[in-house]
Design a protein around this ligand. Structure first.
Ligand code: TRP
Length: 467
């Protein structure tokens, strides 16, 4: 496909929304509130903000820049700008996408299931499920595979429709809806008695809670939450025309992602402080991060303790499903465009082939939650790895593959990309040299990002788990 016939985003705004959609996911709605709670609130948020500015933002810029400059998806983009050997980084991203998609589709399926269940409860009245129901649901192979397939089909539908009619349109509909739901939930939450304590927790600066581990967790999350490290933003960036204000766009995407994460905290913390049993449970139970909290405890809380819970509960799971869909589209788009550009396939066939590949991974993940014993108990001997295919994929991606891809990307953007390319796409001064903001970005891509990610990788080798 040559430049002239390459599809384009309908506007800078739709690209921004699509990229923000990729970034905003379960990481923002669930993991960020959890780790912030766990690390004492305000001081952790501050550390996180520094990490996202120093590591996340430059990496997001690097991926968009590479895609925009090469006008190709990741594998070909690296080859085109840096020579054939660099295409290995693109392939690493494609491989990581398959793993990420495989387990994300399963979890995304749970959000759709929960949405349907909550709609039923909202209309027919809430009946608390028996405690063993969640385990039985997880171990139900046909249901898990069916839900995963449903989500893959949804994602494939968007990718087959293409950049404009599919991804661009999805972003313009889903992202405003997502933020509208967040705002509605925030307003509901701000009427609760736990508001003063909840918000105080979020801004309370207790630096004694910040140790080496806390900084590392903030750093790892800053990296994960923006969905960088697989090259999906290279694919998205390749549909931008030549002269875009990439630094501004990347800053907006980073800001939207951060706002969504902070809103999730501002919603959940007042709820926690308004329900004494929950606060007590969170105080001494380390298991609260588990998904059962999200899919069992939270609906229970909404229906039994939150005024207007019958509206909030289904809306919340619609929010999770929207966030998940806009995060599963980018990896599938990346795999699809790779098949198109490398294999010369047309989009529908390439998207179906890509869906077929990820379906295999998804089935293995879906059946590893109890349905098939050996899939549930397999282990790989990597430091800190857990049992079961889903946990292994998550572990490999979050701890090893995403950071490795991110490290290679920032080294490439910082050291290999010619100065003139940086100047052309990030801005230049009168003499044609990179502008001051572009030079500052390059300093971060050269030194700060590799150092930060290097630290993440060293900690992973020593046994820290970011998954
Ligand atoms: N950023 C996503 C979230 O916050 C998770 C994620 C990480 C992701 N890497 C990704 C999603 C790559 C899609 C592609 O939930």
């Amino acid at each position: 496909m040559d430049e002239a016939s390459r599809p384009r985003w309908t506007s800078r705004l739709s690209f921004t929304l699509a990229a923000a959609g990729s970034a905003v996911g379960l990481g923002n709605l669930w993991k960020f509130p959890y780790i912030t709670w766990d690390h004492g609130g305000g001081a952790f948020v501050l550390v996180y903000l520094v990490c996202i500015a120093a590591l996340g933002f430059p990496l997001m810029t690097a991926e968009i820049l590479i895609g925009c400059a090469a006008q190709r998806s990741a594998v070909d983009a690296f080859a085109r700008l840096g020579g054939r050997a660099w295409s290995a980084v693109g392939w690493l991203g494609v491989f990581t996408s398959v793993l990420v998609f495989s387990f994300y589709a399963v979890v995304a399926g749970w959000s759709v299931y929960s949405l349907v269940r909550c709609l039923r409860w909202s209309f027919r009245g809430y009946v608390a499920p028996p405690p063993e129901a969640f385990g039985a649901f997880m171990a139900n192979g046909p249901v898990q595979v069916g839900l995963g397939f449903g989500f893959i089909a949804l994602t494939a539908g968007v990718v087959i429709l293409g950049v404009r009619a599919g991804i661009d349109r999805m972003a313009r509909v889903l992202m405003p809806a997502l933020f509208a739901i967040l705002i509605y939930m925030l307003i509901t939450s701000l009427t609760l008695p736990g508001v003063p304590r909840g918000l105080a927790y979020l801004v309370h600066l207790d630096f004694s809670a910040i140790d080496r581990e806390a900084v590392l967790v903030a750093l790892g999350h800053a990296f994960f939450t923006l969905s960088v490290g697989i090259g999906a933003m290279i694919a998205y960036g390749s549909y931008l025309g030549g002269r875009e204000r990439i630094l501004g766009i990347a800053a907006t995407v980073t800001a939207l992602d951060t706002i969504a994460a902070l809103m999730a905290c501002a919603i959940l913390f007042p709820i926690i402080f308004s329900v004494p049993e929950l606060e007590a449970a969170l105080g001494d139970d380390r298991e609260v991060s588990s998904v059962s909290m999200l899919f069992v405890t939270l609906p229970d809380l909404f229906y039994r303790h939150l005024p207007g819970g019958i509206v909030v509960a289904p809306l919340f799971f619609a929010l999770v499903a929207f966030a998940a869909l806009s995060s599963t589209v980018p990896p599938l788009e990346l795999i699809t465009t790779t098949v198109m550009e490398r294999g010369g396939w047309r989009r529908p066939g390439a998207a179906l082939a890509a869906s077929g590949v990820v379906s295999v991974g998804m089935i293995a993940c879906a059946l590893s939650l109890g349905a098939v014993p050996w899939l549930s108990s397999v282990q790989v001997y990597v430091a800190g790895s857990k049992a079961g295919v889903l946990a292994i994929f998550d572990h490999l991606a979050a701890n090893w593959l995403l950071p490795l891809g991110g490290l290679a990307t920032c080294i490439f953007a910082g050291w290999v990309l010619p100065e003139s390319t940086v100047a052309e796409h990030l801005g230049s001064d009168e003499s044609g040299a990179p502008s001051r903001p572009a030079r500052i970005w390059r300093f971060f891509a050269r030194w700060v990002c590799p150092a930060g990610i290097g630290w993440i990788l060293i900690s992973v080798i020593r046994g820290t788990d970011f998954s």
